[in-house]
Design a protein around this ligand. Structure first.
Ligand code: WTA
Length: 636
């Protein structure tokens, strides 16, 4: 029996049982047999969820890029590591072999060193999906610098907040990006952000769109000439298993974004292990995850997980709708993709279009289809299964989070029978629990509750950068000795899990986590706005969209309301980014509040979703009349 590669259901149960009974032996064997360590660990695991403190493979030494690149060179040097597919299908795709990747990562690492970047320094990467993004991530890891990738759709304010929070020394960016038919002035956004960031000493700029941009003397430099002059050899910096590998921000229900810190050894083991099993990757397969490396899905399942397995991973610069809605299927056909991993929002958007966009292409290379980021509804699941998979490809509905580092609950293809909308069973090492509101575990089947995890797994985030207290409060305080996910779930008659959605004030829009509090504070900065409350409501493509209830100050009464609506969305775009724009804005005279002054979002959520049947008892509100008023004034 191999712990590493599960091939059928009986094997899954055996492996799972072992992983729960003897977690340390289980992970110790996986780590020992499948990775290169410069020094072995003293302890596989030590943990205490009350502090919380979690350590995997303590005392071990390694470099993750040695595992993702160097060790493959002997047998896979000429194998393609990354297929880069550009935004415009007229531009040639690039095939970067493991040998090439080694050379490019080493050169980049030497450039970082020449700019004074050392082990433990934070480097902010704000790049589009061009090869330099994957390469710069790996170059940081090569020298033990901590990368903090910020999705290149975030605004300058959001970028500045993240740079300052992690006290980054350097930004790596591009002169601009292509996204469908648009170009985006990334360097302009960086320049604006850096007006508010004093920690940055250098900015490296990749050339992509050949725009005329400002280069600030003494701070900004073009990347390519530096790479051209760099040595192609760079010895990997050997780090401790528990040294931080990266910081990645995720929104919380309150306050500023949380910089989740992932460490090296456990993250590597878990992402590699889950990649192998969930995608049933075989040598010479071509695997494609459509996410952006700016999100955790891209970190774990475009870069680290696939490369640690010596896989060929596709990186796509563009969007599913450009030049037309057949673009994904054209790429699958062109590169003979075997495993395809995308988000329900993309599936729903494509399912609305003519099937002709799909039937033109040969999709017979596909073996496994994946879904991530939000619950996949039944209709989208069937469309994906029938039209993309032709009924022959298992769909892996993978549930996980930025905080978990890797996939937690998911079918294993050919082992776990799938059911639409069910993420099914926990992966080896994952011990879920459903909790009731009183803090008791709900045992047995056919139950629901708040989803927690009882035992550490190797890729759990270890802290929030600079704020361990918040890490403890957010994830380990709601339930004693448990990691609380923020999601609700049910367990069916056979023990399968179905994720039912967030139970906090985070709304998942097109698969992106958005905390409502930061959006509200962006809106409240508008001079005409007195107060606002944001809730999610169902949307047929995005899954959820945002609905804003806004009260205006008296001065605002005289302003043109459509203008204010546009300005509010403008304000959100500037503070957070266009992904957080509101689909609906309703001006109201007051927000429903409890007697202690807390906004009753539950009621607003129901109104926004047109679910007026069961508003609950509103008579105890401070201002019960506003509820009727809001319903009457509701927009369709
Ligand atoms: C949601 C993305 C249902 C969930 C990897 C979680 C899902 C949040 C699924 C994390 C799924 C992710 N089914 N819900 N298969 N996958 N979610 O941090 O609410 O961007 O807590 O990580 O997305 O989003 P994040």
């Amino acid at each position: 029996m191999s712990n590493y590669h599960i091939k059928h259901l009986e094997e899954y149960f055996q492996v799972y049982r072992k992983s729960v009974r003897e977690p340390e032996n289980f992970w110790g064997e996986v780590a020992e047999e499948h990775f290169v360590w410069r020094k072995k660990w003293k302890n596989v695991l030590s943990w205490d969820f009350t502090k919380p403190e979690i350590k995997w493979f303590e005392g071990a030494k390694l470099n993750i890029t040695e595992n993702c690149i160097d060790r493959h060179l002997r047998t896979r040097g000429d194998k393609t590591a990354i297929i880069w597919e550009p935004n415009d299908p007229g531009e040639k795709a690039l095939h970067i072999t493991y040998n090439n990747l080694h050379e490019r990562v080493c050169k980049f690492a030497n450039v970082l060193k020449s700019k004074g970047i050392k082990k433990g320094d934070r480097v902010c990467i704000y790049l589009p999906m061009i090869p330099e993004l994957a390469i710069s991530v790996l170059a940081c890891a090569r020298i033990g610098a901590i990368h903090s990738v910020v999705f290149a759709g975030f605004s300058s304010t959001a970028l500045a907040t993240r740079i300052n929070d992690a006290d980054c020394k350097m930004v790596i960016t591009a002169d601009g990006s292509f996204r469908g038919s648009k170009t985006i002035d990334l360097k302009g956004i960086v320049d604006e952000a850096l007006e508010k960031c004093s920690s940055i000493t250098s900015v490296l700029v990749a050339k992509r769109i050949k725009a005329a941009i400002n280069m600030k003397e003494g701070r900004d430099e073009w990347l390519q000439p530096l790479l051209d002059n760099a040595s192609p050899q760079c010895e990997p910096e050997i780090v401790d298993a528990e040294d931080p590998l990266f910081i990645l921000y995720t929104s919380g229900s309150t306050g500023k974004p949380k910089g989740m810190v992932h460490t090296t050894g456990g993250y590597m083991v878990y992402t590699a292990y889950t990649f192998k099993n969930i995608f049933q990757y075989r040598e010479n397969d071509v695997y494609w995850c459509t996410a952006d490396i700016g999100w955790i899905t891209g970190h774990s399942y475009i870069v680290y997980g696939p490369l640690a397995n010596g896989a060929t991973t596709v990186m796509f610069e563009g969007v599913p709708s450009y030049p037309d809605f057949g673009r994904f299927w054209e790429i699958v056909d062109k590169h003979k993709v075997n495993q395809f991993y995308t988000a329900p929002t993309a599936i729903r958007a494509l399912a609305k279009k003519s099937l002709d966009f799909l039937t033109t292409y040969n999709l017979s290379s596909l073996k496994v289809l994946g879904s991530v980021g939000e619950p996949i509804n039944e209709e989208a699941w069937h469309w994906y299964n029938d039209n993309v998979g032709k009924g022959n490809c298992p769909i892996v509905d993978t549930w996980w989070q930025t905080e978990t580092g890797g996939i937690m609950i998911s079918p294993i293809p050919y082992a776990t029978p799938t059911i639409p909308t069910y993420a099914t069973l926990p992966l080896p090492g994952i011990q879920p629990a459903l909790m009731d509101e009183e803090g008791n575990e709900v045992k047995g089947n056919l139950v629901d509750g708040r989803l927690c995890i009882k035992f550490p797994w190797p890729s759990i985030a270890r802290t929030i950068w600079g704020n361990h207290e918040r890490y403890k409060d957010t994830y380990f305080s709601a339930y004693k000795n448990m990691y609380f996910t923020g999601d609700g779930a049910l367990r069916d008659a056979v023990g399968y899990y179905r994720i039912t959605g967030r139970v906090d004030d985070v709304v998942i829009v097109s698969g992106h986590n958005l905390g409502t509090a930061p959006i509200e504070s962006a809106i409240n900065e508008h001079p005409a706005v007195a107060e606002s409350a944001i809730v999610g409501f169902p949307h047929d493509v995005k899954g959820n969209a945002l609905y804003g209830f806004v009260t205006l100050k008296e001065v605002g009464e005289t302003r043109d309301r459509d203008n204010v609506r546009n300005e509010i969305n403008q304000q959100i775009t500037e503070h957070i980014g266009p992904i957080a724009k509101l689909d609906k804005i309703q001006f109201v005279n007051g927000l429903p509040k409890t007697r202690s002054g807390k906004i009753m979002r539950r009621i607003l959520r129901k109104i926004a979703s047109n679910d007026l049947s069961n508003l609950g008892d509103t008579s105890t509100l401070l201002n019960p009349d506003v509820v009727e008023e809001i319903i009457n004034g509701k927009l369709d």
